[in-house]
Ligand binder design. Structure first.
Ligand SMILES: Cc1cc2nc3c(=O)[nH]c(=O)nc-3n(C[C@H](O)[C@H](O)[C@H](O)COP(=O)(O)O)c2cc1C
Length: 366
């Protein structure tokens, strides 16, 4: 079993992280309307690098305009947005954190209208709040190229790697899912066809960026919230392919609750253990979901995860990894947090407002 403070080497790119703690990718709506990283979002990330996170994954950065899903979201769709990351990448180096940019496209969940929004088969998303048109063959190929170009830009400005966001009901997930992909051509139908969009993206990135660039993939292994149409075993099969044939440096399994069994195997122990048993041993597994205290982190590593990604606890406690090392049986304070406290840990008012949508996180008291 791994310890939180162990280093780890990613198998293809051969880069190493100084510990097993990852800042989970978190959209924080603090940047500029044209997708350039703002000083506020830089401060938010840098504070967490300084706090000891060995690996930092940025918020989802849209790879093309049609993928943008929130105001204040970062982009990587052109050279201007790419250059804006250079100062924060220097900060990551100063604090010895690996810097990974998350590649994102909202697909039918983007913020535009039915004419601009696109998805494999069109229609309403399962939450019913946005609608899209079906992508043409050319748009599919262009979008694959946009993901590859975005990774290339990330590499040129100095990121250590990228994470392909194939989870949470966004464009790539929409291709993988039987609920949102009912195409009858080579991009839909059987699993091999639904996986093709993702496989072409990772292949394209490896071809363009080479083996010494870190490439990870984030996947939703089963239905959660409003994201449907993913089968747990099919996700394991896809993960094996990504690790064995497509040179993924890690797999990031987004569980929302890292302690729970898979819905399909309720009596089989934690879902992450099931993954670990069925995946080639060389590929590091990251997971996230409700990890708060030192005990939680140790437990999830004991289930077989190689690294833990921290979301909400990292919002409130930017020095979580350093504090883990210094405080016995570290139990950071739980929500709710006041606005003033959150401002003090690097959240601007837009991010605090965004966090009020996460029930119970922001206190109504001043
Ligand atoms: C404010 C917020 C924004 C998020 N944005 C993203 C994102 O951009 N990309 C992504 O893959 N997951 C995103 N997530 C999910 C987190 O990465 C993480 O998987 C989830 O919060 C569960 O971890 P936790 O229980 O430690 O918060 C977001 C979560 C939060 C709370």
């Amino acid at each position: 079993m791994a310890n939180v403070t162990d280093t780890i080497i990613f198998p293809i790119c051969n880069k190493s992280a100084s510990n097993r703690v990852v800042l989970a990718p978190m959209t924080n709506t603090q940047s500029h309307l044209d997708g350039q990283l703002s000083n506020d979002e830089r401060r938010w990330l840098t504070l967490r690098a300084k706090g000891g996170f060995g690996t930092i994954i940025t918020a989802g950065a849209y790879v093309e305009e049609t993928g943008k899903s929130w105001d204040g979201q970062i982009g990587i769709h052109n050279d201007v947005t790419a250059s804006a990351y250079i100062p924060v990448i220097e900060d990551f180096r100063e604090y010895n954190s690996l810097g990974i940019l998350q590649l994102f496209h909202g697909g039918m969940r983007a913020k535009f209208d039915a004419k601009t929004n696109m998805s494999p088969s069109g229609g309403k998303n399962s939450r019913g709040d946005t609608i899209a048109r079906a992508m043409s063959e050319k748009e599919i190929k262009d979008s694959i190229a946009a993901h590859v170009d975005a990774a290339d830009r990330a590499q040129r400005v100095g990121f250590d790697g990228v994470e392909i966001h194939a989870a949470h009901g966004y464009l790539i997930h929409q291709f993988l899912s039987t609920a949102t992909n009912n195409r009858t051509d080579e991009w839909g139908g059987k699993a091999e066809n639904r996986n093709r969009f993702l496989i072409n993206i990772i292949r394209g990135i490896r071809d363009r960026c080479g083996d010494d660039f870190l490439v990870g993939v984030r996947l939703s292994p089963e239905d959660a919230n409003w994201f449907h149409g993913i089968d747990f075993d099919a996700c394991i099969d896809l993960s094996c392919k990504l690790a064995e044939d497509e040179k993924a440096d890690y797999l990031h399994i987004s569980l929302w609750d890292a302690f729970k069994p898979a819905d399909k195997y309720p009596h089989d122990g934690p879902a992450i253990s099931h993954f670990k048993r069925n995946l080639p041993n060389h590929v590091p597994l990251i997971t996230a979901g409700k990890i708060w205290s030192a005990k939680d982190a140790d437990a999830v590593l004991s289930y077989g995860a190689d690294m833990i990604a921290l979301g909400r606890v990292a919002i409130a406690h930017p020095s979580w990894p350093n504090d883990y090392g210094e405080i016995d049986d570290y139990k950071p304070a739980s929500p709710p947090f006041t606005k003033r406290y959150l401002n003090g840990v690097g959240l601007n008012n837009d991010f605090v407002a965004y966090m009020t949508k996460w029930k119970g996180f922001v206190s109504t008291a001043e």
